[in-house]
Write a protein that binds this ligand. Structure first.
Ligand code: NAG
Ligand code: NAG
Ligand code: NAG
Ligand code: NAG
Ligand code: NAG
Length: 571
């Protein structure tokens, strides 16, 4: 069933979502070109150095064709706020790190998309021709699905897109009873054993989240399947669904159409209610066209998350050249709307992550793409260094406001771990109650990033180890409570449990630090936490990086490597 033609070109779309927005009366978007040309004010301490962001304004939302990666993103041409019309911004790259901006790929122009062009996905059709399916908000404010093709397949930048004369190709009707306000974000399509294309679209009925399924022989005429691909009660609207296979063994990615005993399937949904990206692992019956999560899977907000901090409207794609599946997502601000308007931009993209199935088969593992390492400079390292209880060690010699740091710990005397109370089941709550300043036995220990020299400002990314019956439990936290003297930001603390055999494995942490974003990977990528912070003292050269241990027990830093990160072309 694998369709090698589908992978002829490396073409991906990270494509991102958007909130349900109050649509303003349709405003012409002819001003988008001017807007793209003007840039945000200079001297901004929070603007990122190697995380993608458009020149200004609000974004939330990425494809590869002939060796060029295309990033399409949700862009508001009229300001740094979520409300308003959305168009498809477009940038290209050959390394997923440095980007060249182009004119918008898709913007409102027809009755079927005149009120906005929301998220969608790209698919490579047989023969290598790319197609985009996207949600349009039509002249009656209904969400419908539309199709577009590149105007010139010889243009490596695919700058111009032509909308199909047959749009909309999927729409809510009296017969299908699809809610016209809850019908959006088509996935990349995949081919079934009957050679028909399938695509799933996010929806809901009352509080039941639904992945509606459509099939097509020609990619133009689409027919709704009687049964959805999957649904779950009590989860609310499913935005930006993503559905793909992962190999049972190994870290390579596979084409979206692949199925068989050597793969599991992943269904990711962005829960509109809680603004979290949740996934389950399960099996896809391509004859009945039904996805079933594995037994024991949790489908609500307490289920598995790509990232336990800020990370929404993510999309994956199969990079057939590097044989990997890449995940990317939109990270919003934690500052006030007034601050966003003042700085002239809002929203950035996470560093693309390679994803694969963990050996346990129970979760995914994520790791920043290898290309990001090209930005590394000024390597500093320590090895086998004792980190006493109550101590702080500065890591100097790198630009701490724009850095990549990896550290691994060896924990002695595990038996001294605190006992985990049976009621301590919510990691986020546990991290809020036991922040970086609450002394424990084994922990808190980890990194203080974007810290001022007096530590008045710092973002603490750390672990705590507990014992529970005969096993050890590792908690990973990101504590933003001291991140800024400015009180006007969301400083929620984030937390996750890490599925790691601490008795036999080193405990590692990697953080990508970029002025106002900290992306952290615990246990080699088994738990990820992304936070946005806005220090007032710890900016640019005044930012410091430390390793710390605020537990009573000493531990060893097996190894610590840190690098300054060079600035990338990120617009
Ligand atoms: C298509 O793109 C190629 C490469 O950029 C260019 O040489 C050619 O003139 C374009 N064709 C049309 C019809 O624009
Ligand atoms: C349809 O979607 C809208 C917007 O989310 C919601 O207000 C309404 O309750 C939905 N109707 C049903 C029947 O779910
Ligand atoms: C969802 O809830 C409805 C009504 O409570 C029930 O009939 C249905 O079986 C439930 N569906 C699932 C998938 O649990
Ligand atoms: C964006 O950030 C705010 C505050 O930090 C949060 O409450 C909200 O849910 C976020 N929205 C999304 C889509 O992530
Ligand atoms: C360590 O704990 C002490 C005492 O609770 C606290 O004052 C200090 O701020 C903590 N260190 C960090 C880095 O949070």
């Amino acid at each position: 069933m694998a369709n090698s033609n589908v992978t002829l070109f490396l073409f991906f779309l990270l494509f991102v979502g958007h909130g349900i927005v109050e649509l303003q009366a349709s405003r012409p978007v002819n001003n988008h070109l001017q807007t793209l040309q003007s840039s945000a004010p200079a001297n901004q301490p929070y603007r990122t150095g190697f995380h993608f962001q458009p020149p200004k304004n609000w974004i939330n939302g990425v494809m590869v064709y002939k060796g060029v990666y295309h990033l399409f993103y949700q862009y508001n041409p009229n300001g740094a706020v979520v409300d308003g019309i959305k168009i498809w911004g477009h940038s290209t790259s050959t390394d997923l790190v440095n980007w060249t901006p182009h004119e918008p790929a898709i913007y409102p122009s027809q009755p079927y998309d005149i009120n906005s062009c929301y998220s969608g996905s790209a698919t490579i059709l047989l023969g290598g021709r790319p197609a985009i399916l996207y949600t349009g908000v039509d002249s009656q404010n209904r969400q419908v699905q539309n199709l577009a093709f590149p105007k010139n397949l010889s243009d490596p930048y695919l700058r111009d897109w032509i909308k199909s004369d047959q749009n909309p190709v999927m729409q809510p009707t009296v017969e299908n009873r699809i809610n016209a306000s809850s019908f959006r974000d088509p996935t990349t399509a995949w081919l079934g054993p009957d050679s028909q294309w399938r695509v799933t679209i996010g929806s809901k009925v009352d509080q039941q989240g639904i992945a509606i399924l459509y099939r097509s022989k020609d990619f133009v005429n689409w027919f709704q399947s009687e049964t959805p691909l999957h649904s779950a009660n009590g989860t609310g609207m499913w935005e930006c669904p993503d559905f793909y296979p992962v190999l049972v063994a190994g870290q390579n990615g596979v084409d979206t159409s692949l199925n068989g005993p050597f793969v599991k399937h992943v269904l990711k949904v962005s829960l509109d209610q809680t603004r979290h990206d949740l996934y389950t692992i399960g099996s896809y019956d391509s004859v009945k066209d039904i996805y079933r999560p594995d037994e024991g899977s949790v489908e609500g907000d307490s289920g598995l998350r790509y990232d336990y901090g800020k990370y929404y409207a993510s999309k994956s794609f199969f990079d057939c050249v590097e044989k990997r599946r890449i995940l990317t997502a939109w990270i919003n601000e934690s500052s006030s709307v007034a601050d966003d308007v003042k700085k002239g931009w809002s929203g950035i993209h996470a560093i693309p992550r390679k994803i694969w199935l963990a050996e346990s088969g129970k979760q995914l593992v994520q790791w920043p793409i290898a290309e990001i390492q090209k930005q590394r400079a000024n390597h500093v390292s320590l090895a086998n260094k004792l980190l006493e209880g109550g101590s702080v060690i500065e890591v100097s010699g790198v630009t701490a406001a724009q850095a990549d740091v990896e550290v691994s710990f060896v924990i002695k005397d595990l038996e001294n771990a605190e006992v985990l109370e049976p009621s301590w089941t919510d990691p986020r709550l546990l991290c809020s109650q036991k922040g970086a300043s609450v002394k424990g036995s084994l922990g808190p220990f980890g990194l203080l990033v974007l810290a001022s020299d007096d530590l008045k400002e710092n973002t603490a990314v750390f672990f705590r180890i507990f014992k529970s019956n005969n096993r050890y439990v590792v908690l990973m936290c990101s504590d933003q409570s001291s991140s800024s003297l400015d009180q006007d930001n969301d400083k929620t603390t984030y937390g996750a449990f890490l599925d790691l055999d601490i008795q036999h494995q080193k405990l590692s942490l990697r953080s990508l630090i970029d002025h106002s974003i900290v992306e952290s990977f615990g246990g080699g990528g088994k738990a990820c936490i992304t936070s946005r912070v806005y220090p007032t003292l710890a900016i640019n050269e005044a930012a410091h990086l430390y390793a710390f241990n605020n537990g009573t027990q000493a531990m060893n830093i097996a190894e610590l490597n840190a690098w300054s990160m060079n600035t990338a072309d990120i617009s």
